[in-house]
Design a protein around this ligand. Structure first.
Ligand code: G4P
Length: 533
């Protein structure tokens, strides 16, 4: 097969949702369709159980699962589909944000009863900002939930999306009878009265036909016709270009648990979802079909075995072919590296692979060479853009609790930061180390992992910081910037790449500071490529 054909048959995407909306169940059903797993229940949920914040075994269990489910690949109708796992837990949101830099599209799962929830809002906002094509799947139609039109309104308003339903539910909860498939223009009904384990669907071609009355009864048939009329009137027609540009989002309804509406979603997905897309680097836009290989690290996973400190760096292939035992340039280090056992991922297992194509993810064994955001090429000096480090929301001083182990502590902190577990800042005033995280859970993860993987002990001290932001003066030589540095000297720190960061102790302080220094930009996201370390 030519490289172009390999590119054309690849779809790399992520499923995002608020915890419990049904991401794991939907993933599992998609894998079942692809024959990648044989039974339901095979995909382990990667979520952290409620109330488990101080249960370290739970953290380890989650880490173990997350390497197994990082990439779930399967074949369907000649397509190679890569699902990239995105943790739903809010404390791991940064992981999810980074994974979103490696997907070409996403499916957003929403619970019909709960509607748009907090995590969905945050994740969709990131996708929207990057114009990632999105399909919405409204799940749990077998339960009582919100009215379909009300929900579509809510999605448009809260998520700022422009939707177009490609399927529509017939009834809901106890009265849920099936789905009208707008995309394929047919009706899929539950067979019999059972709402469990649906194996067959009855299709009718024409909505006007009396067959509909015979199947679902007079009243539901009329309601469906009226609702569809409204759908056609109110919502725009599906337009593939608008979907690919991220300005129109198709919506499907179904029940992942009952495997209803899932095949329709998958069939439409493989028709419309984008193949691997070009990606911007700091020098140019790189196209997948280019001959030379390039890719970037979006995730690093530490080995679970504390005796072997090697890690797995997940690389998304952007262009060309990645071949085993071939030297590639690690752009940040400026040196060539060869990989003798790159891993490819299938459903829940990984295997050594000789060749991989754009859209694929390879797992590279790493002994500390990689950081999140690193670029590999065949020799070209370029760095991929767009793997941000988000402004942390929790801050603590980190102290060495065992002076005999300070080297181990340094190394442990260094490697955990490279993995993207948290961010390290050094205060300008006194050189003290501050750890900043997006979620509170990370502090426990760091302490636990430092002890178990590096034999080092740390303690924390509270630090009152509301937000950290990266400072970008329009003119670094200006009097205004000099004044800012003088006045705020106690609140300045450097991040790992030496970039200046301002710690604001309250929202009010931040606002006042921004007003006082109009020629300084305060960023809440740092792009890794801005400061090659
Ligand atoms: P998540 O990964 O998004 O967190 O959600 P997950 O798939 O784990 O689903 C959360 C709960 O919702 C699970 O129930 C799951 O069985 C249920 N669920 C998923 N899809 C549907 C659906 O279409 N209809 C209904 N009624 N329920 C659905 P649980 O009781 O929390 O877990 P479990 O014991 O069933 O695994």
């Amino acid at each position: 097969m030519t490289i172009q054909k390999e590119i054309d048959r690849r779809k790399t995407f992520g499923i995002i949702s608020h915890p419990d909306a049904g991401k794991t169940t939907l993933t599992e059903k998609l894998l079942l369709f692809g024959g990648a797993i044989q039974e339901a229940g095979a995909v382990k949920s990667n979520k952290i159980k409620k109330g488990a914040t101080s249960d370290f075994m739970e953290i380890e269990r989650q880490r173990g699962i997350s390497v197994a489910t990082s990439v779930l690949a399967f074949e369907y109708n000649g397509m190679k589909i890569n699902i990239l796992d995105t943790p739903g837990h809010k404390d791991f949101a940064e992981d999810t944000f980074r994974t979103l830099t490696a997907v070409d599209s996403v499916i957003v799962v929403i619970d019909v009863a709960k509607g748009v929830e907090e995590q969905t809002e945050k994740l969709v906002e990131v996708c929207r900002m990057r114009n990632i094509p999105m399909i919405v799947f409204i799940n749990k139609l077998d339960r009582e939930g919100k009215d379909a039109f009300e929900l579509l309104d809510e999605i448009e308003q809260k998520l700022h999306l422009k939707v177009t339903p490609l399927s529509f539910p017939i009834g809901m909860g106890y009265d849920f009878k099936g789905i009208f498939n707008i995309w394929e223009n047919n009706v899929n009904l539950f067979s019999g009265n059972s709402r469990k384990n649906i194996e067959e669907t009855i299709e009718i071609e024409d909505i006007a036909s009396h067959e509909l009355e015979d199947l679902i009864g007079d009243k539901p048939a009329n309601t469906l016709r009226e609702e569809l009329e409204l759908v056609y009137e109110v919502y725009p027609d599906f337009d593939r270009k608008a979907y690919l540009d991220g300005t129109l989002q198709p919506v499907f309804f179904g029940s992942a648990l009952n495997n209803f509406g899932v095949r329709e979603l998958l069939d439409c997905f493989i028709d419309i979802a984008p193949k691997p897309r070009p990606k911007e680097s700091d020098t140019r836009v790189v196209k997948p079909e280019e001959k030379d290989f390039s890719g970037f690290v979006f995730k690093i996973h530490a080995n679970m075995d504390p005796k072997h400190r090697d890690r797995l760096a997940f690389v998304k292939i952007v262009s060309g072919t990645f071949e085993r035992n071939t030297p590639y340039l690690h752009v940040r280090h400026g040196k060539k590296l060869k990989f003798s056992s790159p891993n490819a991922f299938f459903a829940e297992k990984k295997e050594i692979v000789d060749i991989s194509y754009p859209g694929d993810i390879v797992g590279l064994h790493d002994t500390g060479n990689f950081k999140i955001g690193d670029t590999l090429t065949e020799g070209e000096e370029m760095q991929y853009k767009g793997i941000p480090s988000f402004s942390p929301e929790h801050f603590k001083y980190i102290n060495n609790a065992d002076p005999m182990k300070s080297k181990q502590l340094e190394k442990g902190i260094d490697q955990l930061m490279d993995e993207g577990v948290a961010q390290l800042f050094i205060l300008e005033l006194n050189g003290r180390k501050v750890i900043g995280t997006v979620g509170a859970l990370q502090f426990e993860v760091i302490q636990y992992r430092l002890e178990h993987e590096y034999g080092a002990k740390c303690s924390y001290e509270t630090l009152n910081v509301h937000k950290a932001c990266w400072i970008d003066p329009k003119d670094p030589k200006s009097e205004e910037f000099a004044d800012f540095k003088r006045v705020k000297s106690k609140f300045l720190a450097k991040d790992k790449r030496g970039q200046l960061v301002f710690f604001a102790d309250s929202a009010f302080t931040l606002q006042m500071t921004q007003q006082k220094y109009p020629n300084i930009e305060f960023h809440f996201v740092s792009e890794f490529d801005k400061n090659k370390g």
